[in-house]
Design a protein around this ligand. Structure first.
Ligand SMILES: NC(=O)c1ccc[n+]([C@@H]2O[C@H](COP(=O)([O-])OP(=O)(O)OC[C@H]3O[C@@H](n4cnc5c(N)ncnc54)[C@H](O)[C@@H]3O)[C@@H](O)[C@H]2O)c1
Length: 308
């Protein structure tokens, strides 16, 4: 069975590619390397440097004729989407439509979409957030993820496309970009390993649900192999605030420095925790890696990177 993974040179996509190859799938990656790295791509996968918006991508799909598409490629920054909503929509909405159009006539068995449980629900008031909560995204990035889910539902109804939209919470782990605006575990890990105490935005009492990248990759594999068509949360059901997170990273790295507090990031929601009973029921998925273990593996990765 052949799988095309878009964004397979990126953080989450590359872990999905590794797991698919371990499970004997043939994999082709489409990635424009805007944030991804070719070095992340498993040597056993075919790699195409292409933009998901381009005609070239449509031709690659025709050539590869995949059984499945796992769509991870995206503009991933909420702040960048606020600065440039047109670019966000071009990549995240039009790029996704370019792939969905291919699924219409070409026998794709299932389309897996990386959605965002941290943004599609907007600012929920009750936690943990279940899939029944209305979609009311309040950033261009969240709106683009929500919109693609609606398009996918249309392709499902109209063209019988099987799909799973996986609404990830905050994903962390090896290969995450430590220079970005997101990816706080990577940012903290890199800082403490360099002997620098990081700056925490605002009071640090922002609660998030941190899920390990390899658990997310496993959710993709289960989604691909399951008969379930629909949207489902992928998180841990556990909330951790940024101060606690920093303490855990510093402790694991035996770093004694105290983090300073800077200004709060405008628009950051206070809390997000996802309910995961849906994933347990529909995909038989539950996270296996606890935060302590995940932080340990992330630190080991960044330590090795520093030596390179
Ligand atoms: N990291 C998280 O916590 C998180 C949470 C929710 C959802 N997601 C979603 O998961 C997916 C993967 O995110 P990630 O954290 O691995 O980010 P990432 O930036 O590491 O991966 C995205 C990949 O897509 C590629 N890409 C971007 N634009 C492209 C384009 N136009 N054409 C082809 N390739 C393109 C990049 O080069 C990169 O390799 C994204 O869809 C993101 O929105 C991530």
């Amino acid at each position: 069975m052949k799988v095309v993974v878009t964004g397979g040179a990126g953080f989450i996509g590359s872990h999905i590619v590794d797991l698919l190859i371990e499970n004997n799938y043939k994999v082709a990656v489409i990635d424009n390397l805007s944030t991804g790295k070719e070095a992340n791509v498993n040597k056993k996968a075919l790699f195409y440097k292409a933009d998901i918006k381009s005609r070239e991508t449509a031709l690659i799909l025709k050539k590869e004729m995949p059984d499945y598409i796992i769509h991870e490629a995206a503009q991933i920054s909420v702040a960048a989407s606020v600065r440039n909503p047109v670019f966000d929509a071009e990549t995240n909405i039009l790029g996704s439509l370019n792939l969905l159009e291919f699924t219409k006539l070409n026998g794709v068995k299932k389309f897996i979409f990386a959605s965002s449980g941290g943004t599609v629900y907007g600012e929920p008031e009750k936690f943990p957030v279940t899939e029944k909560f209305p979609l009311q995204a309040c950033s261009p990035y969240g709106i683009s993820k929500m919109t693609v889910e609606y398009y996918i539902r249309f392709y499902c109804k109209e063209f019988k496309l099987n799909y799973t939209a996986l609404r990830y919470s905050n994903v962390y782990g090896p290969r995450q970009d430590p220079h970005g605006e997101a990816g706080v575990v990577a940012i903290f890990s890199r800082a403490v390993l360099s002997g620098i105490a990081p700056v925490i935005n605002g009071d640090g009492k922002y609660i998030r649900d941190y899920v390990y990248c390899k658990d997310v990759a496993r959710a993709n594999l289960l989604a691909l192999e399951s008969g379930f068509s629909g949207s489902v949360n992928i998180g841990t059901g556990r909330g951790v605030d940024v101060n606690e997170l920093y303490t855990a990273v510093a402790k694991a790295a035996c770093f004694k420095g105290k983090a300073a507090h800077g200004p709060a990031r405008p628009g950051d929601i206070r809390k997000n925790i996802l309910a995961i009973a849906g994933a347990k029921k529909t995909l038989k998925w539950a996270p296996k890696t606890g935060l302590e273990q995940g932080i340990k593996e992330t630190l080991e990765y960044f330590k090795k990177q520093e030596k390179k």
